[in-house]
Each structure stands twice: as C-alpha cells, then as structure tokens.
Design a protein around this ligand. Structure first.
Ligand SMILES: CC(C)(COP(=O)(O)OP(=O)(O)OC[C@H]1O[C@@H](n2cnc3c(N)ncnc32)[C@H](O)[C@@H]1OP(=O)(O)O)[C@@H](O)C(=O)NCCC(=O)NCCS
Length: 185
C-alpha cells in the first residue's frame, strides 16, 4: 500500500480558487479563499487567508493566524502563531467601510500573537516581538515590541547580530532545522 505523504490534500479544510506555488505545504483545517501563495511555503493548521491576499515565496505561517483581504506578504517572511492582521480601522457590523492595505516586506518576522492594525507597512527584515500591537509603520530592520509597539533595536546592530549568532551556536535549548544561508541581513 502507498504511504500517504504529508503534502497530500489537507483534511477538514476549505480551499477554494487559490493559486499555489510548487513545494508549498498546506496543513489540515485551513481556510484559504481566492488568494495567491508562492513557492516553498508552509501554511500550518487553522490558518485563515482571505480573498486577494498575496503571499510570496519561502513563507512560514504558524497555526491560528488570520490574514484578511488587503494584506501582501513578500518573500522569506515568518509569521508566528496566532498573528492577527486587520484591514478595517473603524469596524461596524453594517454599512460602508474602508479597506486599508498592509504590506510585509521581504525577510520580516512577526512574533507570536502580534496584532497588526490596518494600513501598516512592515519594513524589510524587521522583527516584531511576541504580543506586540503594531499601530504604525515599522522601519526596515527595526525590532519593535509592546503595545503600542515601539522600536527597541535594529537587527543590523552588530551587538544584536553577535547575540543571535552566539545563541545559535552555543545557546541553551536544542538546535533544530537544516543548515542554510544566514537568514539575517
Ligand atoms: C523581540 C525579541 C526578538 C527580543 O529579543 P532580544 O533582543 O534578545 O531581547 P531581550 O530578551 O534582551 O529583551 C530586551 C528588552 O525587550 C523586552 N522584550 C523582549 N521581548 C518582548 C516582547 N515580546 N514584548 C515586550 N517587551 C519585550 C524585554 O523585557 C527587555 O526589556 P528590559 O530591557 O526593560 O528588561 C524576542 O523577545 C521575541 O519576542 N521574539 C519572538 C518570539 C516568537 O514569537 N517566536 C515565534 C516562533 S514560536
């Protein structure tokens, strides 16, 4: 009997009218509708992606993330678990509303449970701390944290780079993943 491969059809999922690139893995119980997802991405369980969302290549989206219409995500972006994007600044259950678009630039990472308010640009290689509420544009390479999120550093700061390198080589915990090109700028 043929062994079922992980890339096979996700179970209990609603996937309709989407474009999906080669090598992209989609896990169970997702809801993906009229969106475009690039190559070599990983979409974990319980991810909800709405109409018109554009997602680049090599993106990792962890479980329970919500990405509504109007969001564009460039290549090499990491989106942690439970990240909430929004697109309506003044929401009401009825009447008109304005869709505000958000862009996440190449290489950025968004920590667990961050909330991204509508109409935001997250700069390239920026790092959003876990639990942040992002209310303003995030500059390229900035590390932001808190509610409201404030700049607490830059990923290109030599001290920060050294700290991350040291953490990966000699830090606590277990080393996981495949060796790859250095993913930081
Ligand atoms: C943002 C982050 C990278 C900062 O790491 P760091 O540069 O090593 O920061 P430190 O741990 O040295 O903390 C620096 C300061 O920022 C604060 N800080 C760190 N993370 C924070 C967060 N998520 N929210 C608010 N403040 C935070 C610390 O309390 C500390 O404040 P202090 O100087 O007043 O004591 C890290 O804390 C983080 O949130 N990573 C994301 C984890 C995640 O969500 N992973 C998803 C995969 S499971």
């Amino acid at each position: 009997m043929r062994k079922e491969k992980r890339e096979k059809k996700p179970k209990y999922a609603i996937i309709k009218d989407i474009e999906i690139g080669e090598g992209t893995r989609v896990y169970d119980q997702v809801n993906l509708y009229k969106c475009k997802i690039g190559k070599n991405c990983k979409i974990d369980a319980f991810v909800y992606i709405e109409e018109g969302v554009k997602i680049g290549n090599n993106i990792k989206i962890r479980a329970f993330t919500f990405i509504p219409e109007g969001i564009e995500i460039e290549d090499d972006v990491f989106i942690g678990p439970g990240v909430i994007f929004t697109n309506d600044k003044y929401p009401r259950a009825r009447g008109q509303w304005r869709l505000l678009r958000t862009k996440v630039k190449k290489g950025a990472s968004i920590g667990a449970r961050a909330v991204i308010l509508p109409g935001i640009t997250i700069g390239k290689y920026a790092l959003i701390a876990a639990g942040s509420v992002v209310t303003k544009d995030v500059p390229d390479y900035a590390i932001v944290a808190g509610n409201p999120a404030r700049v607490i550093g830059y990923v290109i700061n030599p001290k920060f780079r050294k700290k991350v390198k040291e953490f990966l080589t000699n830090g606590p915990g277990e080393l996981r993943g495949k060796r790859a090109d250095w993913p930081w700028p």
